[in-house]
Design a binder for this molecule. Structure first.
Ligand code: NAD
Length: 252
């Protein structure tokens, strides 16, 4: 049975692989047999990650807010390894503020990275598959905040809700081309950049709102990541899968 999760011979692109979840996703996909293309802005971090991984890894620069950068990435990938099979559309950011303190710059920064950036990468990935008439799987990294709201996160929640709708729209239009598009909606996952916050009293109060009464670990996403990336999910498209310790089913 484990064979259905196997990614031998597949090429997976992971955006925002320089830290946090993206870095972990890259390791998980490689352990399942995938060849990797890891991309982000911080090349030094990517080179260090490459050294930690045994399998094939191509390191390329990417700024998802630049259409030129995204196009250049896919032209490099197509020239060196051909159209990739899997996209983990993970790069993202946030700029938490009260709605009354939002300004154009902050709003555009979050929307341009989390929604427009994800669209740009998904579009170039899809174009390269369609050109070669190849099947593929896109895994968008959304958030439970794309399905519910939280304080100080209007731009983030709006961008992730947009990503949820982009996932479903693309899934609908690409199903007959055998390009599957699904999303993971993580809840609060402990990573290197948020561990200090979750140790504070405010952070601890967030954890008490999670029915399972703990933060997710990066490894808690492994199962769903491999499911959506692999043939194990051959009949799934347009699915948004929360991995959140029950956070979304908090009682009213
Ligand atoms: P992170 O900040 O460690 O990772 C984000 C990655 O995206 C980094 O590598 C960063 O460099 C990259 N990135 C940001 N802007 C970019 C740009 N313009 N071009 C290219 N790369 C860019 O945070 P994380 O927690 O690992 O987040 C990864 C994804 O998971 C994000 O989309 C985030 O919204 C989502 N997410 C995280 C959590 C969580 O609890 N950690 C929960 C839900 C969703």
């Amino acid at each position: 049975m484990q064979k259905i999760f196997n990614l031998d011979g597949k090429t997976a692109v992971v955006t925002g692989a320089s830290s946090g979840l993206g870095k972990h996703f890259a390791k998980t996909l490689s352990a399942a047999g995938a060849n990797l293309v890891i991309c982000a802005r911080r090349m030094q971090n990517l080179e260090e990650l490459k050294d930690e991984i045994d399998g094939e890894v191509l390191v390329l620069p990417l700024d998802v807010t630049s259409e030129d950068s995204v196009k250049e990435l896919f032209s490099e990938i197509n020239n060196s390894v051909g159209a990739p099979d899997i996209l983990i559309n993970n790069a993202g950011t946030s700029d938490p503020r009260r709605f009354k303190d939002l300004d154009e710059e902050s709003w555009n920064y979050v929307l341009d990275t989390n929604l427009n950036g994800a669209y740009r990468v998904a579009k170039s990935f899809t174009d390269s598959l369609l050109e070669e008439n190849k099947p593929g799987s896109i895994v968008n990294i959304a958030s439970i905040l794309g399905l519910r709201v939280g304080l100080n996160l209007a731009s983030y929640a709006t961008a992730k809700a947009g990503l949820v709708q982009l996932t479903k729209s693309m899934a609908l239009e690409l199903a007959r081309s055998n390009i599957r598009v699904n999303a993971i909606a993580p809840g609060y996952i402990l990573t290197e950049i948020n561990n200090e916050f979750f140790a504070t009293e405010e952070g601890q109060s967030y954890i008490r709102n999670i029915p399972m009464n703990r933060l997710g670990l990066e490894s808690d996403l492994d199962g769903v990541l491999l499911l959506l990336a692999s043939e194990a999910s051959a009949f799934m498209t347009g699915s948004i899968i929360p991995v959140d310790g029950g956070h979304l089913i908090n009682p009213l």
